[in-house]
Design a protein around this ligand. Structure first.
Ligand code: TEU
Length: 588
C-alpha cells in the first residue's frame, strides 16, 4: 500500500502557554495509595510520606480523588460534607499540610469536585427528603410517581442508573421519587435552583482559598437535564431500564453553568478538567473547551476508554482495531489545535482497568515493554498528561482466578447481580459477561499501590481494605527504582523529555501517518513549534517490517533519539524499519 505522506505544516500561531498545559498530573486514589496509620486504608498522611517518590517521578501536580466526609457507598464520590474530611483519611489540617508540602516542592494540588450529586447523608438531602415544603425542598430532582394502569406507582421515567436498576428512588415522606443517576445514595442536585449553584460556587471558593490550584470535576457534563425528563428510547431491548444520557449528558443549560464555574476559577487563577462521559460530538466538545468559550480548560473525553464497550452496556464486549484507536487520537489531537482547545491525555484512572492489560496483547515476559510502549504513545501526544497511580510501574489488572469476593466496587457487584438474573438459563451470555466484567471492572484499578515486596506490598501493616494484586513481588516501586531499564525509570525519562522538548511535545501540532497499518502507529509533532518530533510504535508483540515515510527516515538519520523501548539502534532495511515487539521510539 502506498504511504500517504503527512500533510503540509499548518500556518497556525499555535496554542498559548500555561502551566496546566505543560503539567504532568499524577492521580491518587487515597484508599489505595499509602496507609500511614495501619488501618488497612490509605490516607492523606500516606500521600505526604510519598512526596519524594512523586517528585522523583517528575510529575508537576497531584490530583487527589475525593477525601471528603462520605458514607463511602461509592468510595467518596458520595459526599456528605464538602468542607470536611472522611475521618479515616485524616483531617483538614492534613490536607492543608499536603497542599503546602506540594507547593514547597513546586508542585500543584488538584482536588476532585463532585457536584452533580451529593450523598443521601448530606444535610441538604436529609432536609429535602423530609417534606415537600422545607427550605431545601428544591435542592434535588423530585418528581411525582407514574401511576400504572393497575394503580401501582412506578418511577417517573425509564432511565437506568449507572450502577444498576432504575435511576429513581421512592420517598414516603414526600410521596415522590428523586433522581440518582449513579446509586440511590447519590441523589442528583437540582442545578435549576440558583441556591444550589451558589452553594457549589461557595464550596469551590472554600477550597480555592486554601490555595488549591484546580479541580477535576466529576461527571460535570450531567448537571443540566432536559426539562420534563422524558423517557429514553429503547436502545437495550429486553431491559427494564434504558440509558437516558441523551437527556442529561449535555443538557440545555450546561454551558451557562460551566461559565459560572469558570468565573470562580478565574478569580483564583485556577484550572479545571471536566469529566465528560457520553460527550462525543465535535460541536459539544468545542463549546466547552475552546479557549474563547471561557468554560473548562480541558475534558476527559471517553472515546478511547469506550472503544471496547459493546451495544449491551458497559460489560458487553466490542472488538477494536489499531485503526480505531488511531482514528480517535488523530481526531481529537488535530481538532483541539484547530479550535484552540486542549486535550487531557489519559489511558487509566480509578474507573478503568489497567491499560497494559486492556490495550495490549502481550506475552507475560513482554509486559514491561508493552507498558513502556503505551507510555510513549500517550506521553508524546499534545495535551496535559495524566498518570494514574501504579501506571508508572506497569501495574496490571486483577488476576483472572480471583473470585468475585475480592471485588469491592458497587458497580461490579450490582451489575453482576443483575446479570445473574438477566442471563438465567443463558450460560454462554453469562460467560461473556463475566469475561468482560473481569476485563473492565473498576476494581482492576483500585487494588493497593505496590511499593515493595514486604507484607501487603508495603501499602499497609494491616490487612488492606482490598486485596493486593499478586503481581507485587515482581511489580513494585522499590524494585523498579533500582532497575535502570524499568517501566518506572522509563516514565521518569519520558516526563523529563516532555519538559526538555516542551515546544514540540506539548505545544506542537499533530500529524498522523495515515497508512492504515494495523501494527504500527507513527506521528509527527511540531509543525513549526519547536523541532519536529517523530514517534513510531509497534503496538504488537510480533516483529514487523514497516514501510517508513521518508521524513521519518531523515529524522532518524539526522536527529537524535529522545526515548525508546530498546537500547540499541533502530534497525533499518531500505525504506523499512524492522520493529521488534512493542518497539517504540521518539526522535527529534
Ligand atoms: O465516573 C463517571 C462515569 O461515567 C464512569 O466512568 C463510571 O465510573 C462508571 O463506570 C459508569 O459505568 C465518575 C467517577 O469517576 C466515578 O468513580 C464515580 O463512581 C461516578 O462519577 C459517580 O460519582
Amino acid at each position: 500500500m502506498a504511504i500517504m505522506t503527512v500533510t503540509e505544516t499548518q500556518t497556525h500561531k499555535g496554542p498559548s502557554r500555561a502551566w496546566w498545559k505543560e503539567a504532568s498530573i499524577y492521580q491518587i486514589y487515597p484508599a489505595s495509595f499509602k496507609d500511614s496509620n495501619g488501618d488497612g486504608l490509605g490516607d492523606v498522611r500516606g500521600v505526604i510520606q510519598k512526596l519524594d517518590y512523586l517528585q522523583s517521578l517528575g510529575v508537576d501536580a497531584v490530583w487527589l480523588c475525593p477525601i471528603y466526609k462520605s458514607p463511602q457507598k461509592d468510595m467518596g464520590y458520595d459526599i456528605s460534607d464538602y468542607r470536611d474530611i472522611h475521618e479515616p483519611y485524616g483531617t483538614l489540617q492534613d490536607v492543608e499540610e499536603l497542599t503546602a508540602a506540594l507547593h514547597g516542592r513546586g508542585m500543584k494540588m488538584v482536588m476532585d469536585l463532585v457536584v452533580n450529586h451529593t450523598s443521601d447523608q448530606h444535610v441538604w438531602f436529609q432536609e429535602s427528603k423530609s417534606s415537600r415544603d422545607n427550605s431545601k425542598h428544591d435542592f434535588y430532582i423530585w418528581k411525582e410517581p407514574r401511576l400504572l394502569e393497575n394503580g401501582t406507582r412506578a418511577p417517573p421515567n425509564n432511565w437506568a442508573s449507572a450502577f444498576g436498576g432504575s435511576a429513581w428512588t421512592y420517598n414516603e415522606a414526600r410521596d415522590q421519587y428523586y433522581l440518582g443517576l449513579f446509586c440511590p445514595e447519590q441523589p442528583d442536585l437540582n442545578w435549576e435552583n440558583p441556591q444550589v449553584v451558589r452553594e457549589v460556587h461557595d464550596i469551590m471558593e472554600f477550597w480555592l482559598k486554601k490555595g488549591i490550584d484546580g479541580f477535576r470535576m466529576d461527571v460535570i457534563n450531567m448537571i443540566s437535564k432536559v426539562p420534563g425528563l422524558p423517557d429514553a428510547p429503547i436502545t437495550l431491548p429486553g431491559r427494564q431500564w434504558q440509558p437516558g444520557d441523551m437527556y442529561y449528558a449535555y443538557g440545555p443549560r450546561l454551558n451557562e453553568y460551566l461559565q459560572g464555574l469558570r468565573g470562580i476559577l478565574d478569580r483564583y487563577n485556577a484550572f479545571a478538567v471536566g469529566e465528560m462521559p457520553n460527550v462525543k460530538k465535535d460541536s459539544q466538545v468545542a463549546a466547552v473547551v475552546a479557549s474563547d468559550r471561557k468554560e473548562l480548560n480541558m475534558i476527559f473525553q471517553f472515546d478511547i476508554v469506550d472503544m471496547d464497550i459493546g451495544d449491551d452496556g458497559k460489560f458487553s464486549p466490542r472488538d477494536w482495531s489499531l485503526n480505531t484507536l488511531k482514528g480517535i487520537v488523530n481526531r481529537w489531537q488535530t481538532f483541539m489545535y484547530e479550535i484552540d482547545g486542549w486535550n487531557a491525555l489519559f489511558l487509566e484512572n480509578h474507573d478503568q482497568a489497567r491499560s497494559v492489560s486492556r490495550f495490549t496483547k502481550h506475552r507475560p515476559e513482554h509486559r514491561a515493554l508493552a507498558a513502556k510502549m503505551l507510555a510513549t504513545f500517550i506521553g508524546t501526544q499534545s495535551g496535559t498528561l495524566y498518570i494514574y497511580q501504579g501506571q508508572e510501574l506497569g501495574m496490571t489488572s486483577l488476576p483472572e482466578d480471583w473470585s468475585l469476593d475480592e471485588f469491592r466496587d458497587l458497580e461490579s457487584l450490582n451489575h453482576h447481580a443483575e446479570a445473574v438474573e438477566y442471563f438465567r438459563g443463558n450460560e454462554e451470555g453469562m460467560k461473556v459477561f463475566m469475561r468482560d466484567l473481569r476485563k473492565k471492572a473498576r476494581d482492576n484499578a483500585r487494588s493497593p499501590m505496590q511499593w515493595n515486596t514486604e507484607e501487603n506490598a508495603g501499602f499497609s501493616s494491616a490487612t488492606p481494605w482490598m486485596r493486593v494484586n499478586d503481581s507485587y513481588t515482581e511489580i513494585n516501586a522499590k524494585r523498579l527504582d533500582n532497575e535502570s531499564s524499568s517501566v518506572l525509570n522509563y516514565w521518569r525519562n519520558l516526563l523529563k523529555a516532555r519538559k526538555e522538548h516542551v515546544d514540540s511535545l506539548v505545544y506542537g501540532n499533530f500529524e498522523l501517518v495515515q497508512d492504515g497499518d494495523e501494527a504500527v502507529v507513527c506521528f509527527r509533532r511540531g509543525g513549526g513549534h519547536g523541532a519536529d518530533a517523530w514517534t513510531v510504535l509497534n503496538f504488537t508483540d510480533d516483529e514487523v517490517l514497516w514501510q517508513a515515510p521518508d521524513a521519518l527516515l531523515q529524522a532518524i538519520a539526522g536527529g537524535k533519539q529522545v526515548i525508546g523501548t530498546y537500547d540499541d539502534a533502530v534497525v533499518r532495511e531500505g525504506n523499512k524499519l524492522r520493529l521488534r515487539p512493542f518497539e517504540a521510539r521518539t526522535f527529534i
